[in-house]
Design a protein around this ligand. Structure first.
Ligand code: AMP
Ligand code: ZN
Ligand code: FE
Ligand code: FE
Length: 297
């Protein structure tokens, strides 16, 4: 039996409601599922309730976007410094109503809501005739609580301004895109502390997305996160090929880290199936046991 410990719902940029996600987990035959929406825990109570009904073990989670520059203090407004890509930190077994996470949710919602119209302004400067009202209407129709770049991307695709979501990110929305606008980001330390305050385990999500190719540099970076309190490493992920998985498993062993894994399911928004990584239930069991040792059964 398998588990999937990295998924998104309509509470962020997934296309499946939290309830439907639980149903799909049962239908897929999963033993456990974690809901890890971007910067919000709003979907957790509904998903937890349905998981209980359909007999799937539920892991309340979150995926927090953090600043990959670990040495920048406070809200960062500067340029992205290559080679850093994306730093996402998963919180597993978090309390959905923890004040620390509600605070992070509000700060990140504000950050996206300030940035999103600025992206549309840049697109309009580039001669692309879309409006922010279109983005809001699309997001509302999908029932999402967190409007982000994927919704702008969909408006671009629907309007024929980009061939695909990948094309929209490459040409316009990604870090090297023509309409990229940086947003306020959380310091990694604050993301990890917030997860710990909510009673959760902090796991580095999809390490390949950091964009650090050199294995020695990658491990040095992960060590810095361990110094900040990181508990585990996501070794299995849809972006990791078998070689990467093996390298990450041995790195986790060397650093004494827990391991996790999941699909990063987003419903129809991404070509990734729920449970696709075939993560063993033993991974879930080890995380659960570690968490129970910290917080009691
Ligand atoms: P935001 O948090 O609003 O900046 O949007 C980031 C989200 O966009 C990520 O969580 C991904 O789901 C999605 N995303 C980022 N890069 C790409 C890409 N190259 N292609 C498709 N989706 C992407
Ligand atoms: Zn996403
Ligand atoms: Fe992510
Ligand atoms: Fe994700």
């Amino acid at each position: 039996m398998h588990c999937d410990l990295h998924t998104h719902s309509t509470a962020s940029d997934g296309m499946t409601t939290p309830t439907a996600l639980a149903d799909l987990a049962a239908k897929t035959g999963l033993g456990a599922v974690a809901l890890t929406d971007h910067d919000t825990t709003e979907g957790l109570p509904a998903c937890a309730a349905r998981c209980e009904q359909v007999n799937v073990r539920f892991v309340p989670g979150i995926e927090i976007s953090a600043d990959p520059d670990l040495h920048r203090d406070g809200p960062s407004k500067g340029d992205d410094s290559p080679p850093w890509g994306t730093l996402h930190i998963l919180g597993l077994f978090v309390r959905h109503d923890a004040p620390a996470l509600l605070h992070i949710r509000e700060r990140m919602r504000r950050a996206r809501n300030e940035r999103n119209p600025a992206i549309v302004d840049r697109l309009r400067d580039l001669g692309i005739d879309i409006t922010y009202a279109q983005v809001e209407a699309l997001a509302a129709a999908q029932g999402t609580q967190v409007i982000g770049r994927p919704h702008i991307g969909e408006v671009l695709v629907v309007g024929g301004h980009a061939a695909s979501m990948a094309d929209a990110f490459q040409r316009y929305l990604g870090q090297r895109g023509a309409a990229y606008v940086r947003r306020d980001r959380l310091a990694a330390r604050d993301a990890i502390d917030g997860i710990h305050h909510a009673g959760g385990l902090a796991v580095l999500a999809h390490p390949v997305q950091l964009g650090v190719k050199d294995p020695v540099r990658l491990e040095a970076f992960v060590r810095q996160l361990v110094d900040l309190g990181m508990d585990g490493l996501e070794t299995r992920h849809s972006d990791h090929d078998p070689t990467v998985v093996r390298e990450l498993e041995t790195m986790a062993q060397r650093l004494g880290l827990l391991t996790s894994g999941g699909s990063d399911f987003h419903g129809s928004r991404k070509p990734v199936a729920l449970g696709a990584q075939g993560v063993s239930m033993a991974v879930y069991q080890r995380l659960l046991e570690h968490w129970q040792q910290l917080h009691g059964p």
